[in-house]
Design a binder for this molecule. Structure first.
Ligand code: UDP
Ligand code: MG
Length: 324
């Protein structure tokens, strides 16, 4: 693909109750973007696109204000909270029409904005997919570090292709974004989907910082849900596991059967209560787990076949500004 310095960059920023960080985010991203424009690395039509994911605070008022104030700021307003992944997707699907490259970055400035020019340089060298990879997690809590590590190890065992320590901070070229948008699934796990898009990819390293202000919008419960979603959206290994568990149970029960018959032939008939209780509980437990795992997949199928829209946009200023 022919890449030139008049290419339009759009920086997509999902925001959920981020009024505390937005002023700083606009300032830092604006600086980076205007620098790129003055160095003529990207087109002067490049924009920042804030996606307000149904915030309950003043986030949208702030975005609207910045949209008036700065020519390079635009916004999307969701009709309600649809979640981080949907916000990213909405930003990309709105921006892709006019953009040649799209960078997604969180609003809280944990991801170093100085990696953006590096990503653009890689793009200009001809890469389509550029992952932002954390080379240190010093600022994350011990717990978050350990769980993240365990999660990536587990995903690798399950055969899911992820780029370790890369989150949703990345640059995608127009064609890579278009390919990604052809994935029609509702259970989104973008960091698992991007490697499936293909094209030539590379990494840009940066140090992850503390959240600039405000609290994490990913409490532990949301994190576990997200991790579980990632596993069940990309791997049917849990179902295979059930098969092995079932086989093991059959083998154990055959041994039990032989044991019971031998006992019976030897005339020890009073026994039975303990083995009965153990097998009822064991089998009951295994069956419940198995059913719940299968149920999880059926739930996924259920939510996929409904083909519900992944988000609803209430208001949007990107297209207005770009089509002027
Ligand atoms: N976010 C969102 N919708 C949500 C939750 C989070 O758009 O329902 C955004 C949030 O505003 C931030 C990004 O997703 O820009 C990442 O969230 P956060 O920084 O709270 O997650 P953490 O870095 O703690 O994992
Ligand atoms: Mg964060």
């Amino acid at each position: 693909m022919n890449k030139n310095k008049e290419d339009i960059l759009t920086i997509v920023v999902p925001c959920y109750n981020e009024e505390e960080v937005l002023p700083e985010t606009v300032k830092e991203l604006g600086e980076i973007l205007t620098n790129l424009i003055t160095q003529s690395k990207v087109s002067s039509l490049s924009k920042i696109l804030f996606v307000n994911d149904g915030s309950k605070d003043k986030t949208w008022q702030l975005i609207s204000q910045y949209t008036k104030q700065y020519d390079y700021v635009t916004g999307i307003k969701f009709s309600r909270n649809y979640g981080h992944q949907n916000a990213l997707l909405a930003g990309m699907s709105v921006a892709v029409k006019y953009s040649d490259m799209i960078i997604t970055i969180d609003a809280d400035l944990q991801d170093d904005v100085n990696a953006i020019p590096k990503m653009v340089n890689k793009y200009l060298q001809g890469y389509d997919v550029i992952y932002g990879v954390r080379n240190s997690r010093k600022t994350d809590t011990f717990f978050k570090r350990r769980t993240a590590l365990a999660f990536y190890a587990l995903m690798e065992k399950l055969g899911v292709n992820l780029v370790p320590d890369s989150a949703d901070y990345r640059l995608l070229s127009k064609r890579a974004t278009e390919s990604l948008l052809r994935f029609k699934e509702r259970n989104l796990f973008l960091r698992g989907m991007v490697p499936l898009v293909g094209y030539n990819s590379t990494k840009v390293y940066y140090a992850r910082k503390e959240r600039f202000a405000g609290k994490s919008k990913y409490p532990l419960s949301k994190m576990i849900h997200f991790a579980f979603d990632g596993i069940t959206s990309f791997s049917i290994a849990p179902i295979h596991l059930i098969l092995y568990l079932g086989l093991l149970t059959v083998i154990i029960s055959i041994i039990c059967m032989i044991y019971t018959l031998v006992e019976k032939c030897m005339g020890h008939v009073v026994t039975g209560w303990s083995s009965l209780m153990i097998s009822i509980w064991l089998l009951g437990g295994i069956q419940l787990i198995s059913i719940s795992v299968i149920g999880e997949y059926i739930g996924k199928i259920f939510s996929e076949v409904k083909h519900r829209p992944r988000f609803t946009i209430e208001d949007e200023t990107y297209t207005k500004k770009m089509s002027k």
